[in-house]
Design a protein around this ligand. Structure first.
Ligand code: IPD
Ligand code: CA
Ligand code: CA
Ligand code: CA
Length: 264
């Protein structure tokens, strides 16, 4: 598989940042950790990785804008392009020594995500997608699972930190889904949840309370893997809505029905 110049820029930046994360993984006592809210931590590992990504992408594509989890929004001179960056998705896992975390970088061009990279340093798994060119895991083409019976499906979910979302709604939705599917998982890194649906490890996934940096790359990954993704209420703009529901065509439709039932 030949990588385009854009994909080379993105994967080089991500691999460089991943070396920093790998060095920091398991070194929590040496990382300055602060709290954004209950259970919502940020560390020097997040900030260092973000700085590496920003510098590398800025150098390769001067003028593009940025939406970054830790440093916020930078408006570029090129108004058509902006990067959505999550330097460490799954900070809670990372700080607990759980090897389920990732770097996620998506490129938005004129309102559409056109390229995405999600890298899991602990497992050395690189998920990439470019609009119209398919989605890949370590150079092998990936597709969403073909399963179409909800009762056999494994469904991923995520819930917001205290004070950041409606836990009552999550419980109603989880109860509605739980009673109808084969199994549920909460792995703790939204970008990987999306990548896992794209490669068929999970049949479906929903979560509310997310941001564009969590989902930009994953939205494209799902679509390029033949899947369907919307916000959790079925709307067509998951990038800006802050929620997602996804799966193959049938799983996506059935999941939305269960979520709708829970909302009443
Ligand atoms: C979090 C993870 C988690 C999800 C949270 C996100 P972070 O991202 O993706 O799985 O449930 O909503 O904020 O803060 O570790 O980058
Ligand atoms: Ca965070
Ligand atoms: Ca995140
Ligand atoms: Ca993060």
């Amino acid at each position: 598989m030949i990588r385009s110049p854009l994909m080379t820029v993105m994967t080089d930046a991500v691999m460089k940042a991943s070396r920093s994360l790998k060095r920091d993984f398991g070194e929590v006592e040496n990382l300055q950790v602060s709290r954004k809210g209950p259970g919502d931590f940020v560390s020097a590992a997040d900030r260092k990785a973000e700085k590496i990504l920003r510098e590398a992408l800025e150098k390769a594509r001067p003028g593009y804008g940025f939406v970054m989890e830790e440093s916020g929004i930078v408006v570029g001179t090129d108004q058509s392009h902006r990067w959505h960056i999550d330097p460490l998705d799954g900070t809670t896992n990372f700080l607990h020594g759980l090897p389920q975390f990732a770097i996620s970088v998506g490129l938005e061009r004129d309102g559409q995500v056109v390229a995405g990279v999600i890298y899991d340093p602990a497992k050395d798994e690189l998920f990439i997608a470019e609009k119209g060119k398919g989605a890949y895991l370590n150079n092998r083409r990936i597709r969403v699972a073909a399963r179409n019976e909800l009762v056999d499906a494994v469904v991923a979910c995520g819930l917001p930190h205290i004070g950041k979302g409606d836990h009552g709604l999550f419980l109603r939705e989880a109860a509605s889904v739980m009673g109808n599917v084969g199994g549920m998982r909460r792995l703790g890194a939204a970008a990987l949840d999306l990548a896992y649906v794209a490669c068929g490890r999970m049949d479906a996934y929903w979560e509310r309370g997310l941001h564009s940096w969590d989902v930009a790359a994953g939205i494209l990954m799902i679509r390029e893997a033949g899947g369907y993704i919307s916000d959790a209420d079925g709307g067509s703009d998951p990038l800006n809505k802050g929620s997602v529901a996804c799966g193959n065509e049938i799983m996506h439709r059935e999941l939305l029905k269960l979520l709708k039932k829970a909302k009443g």
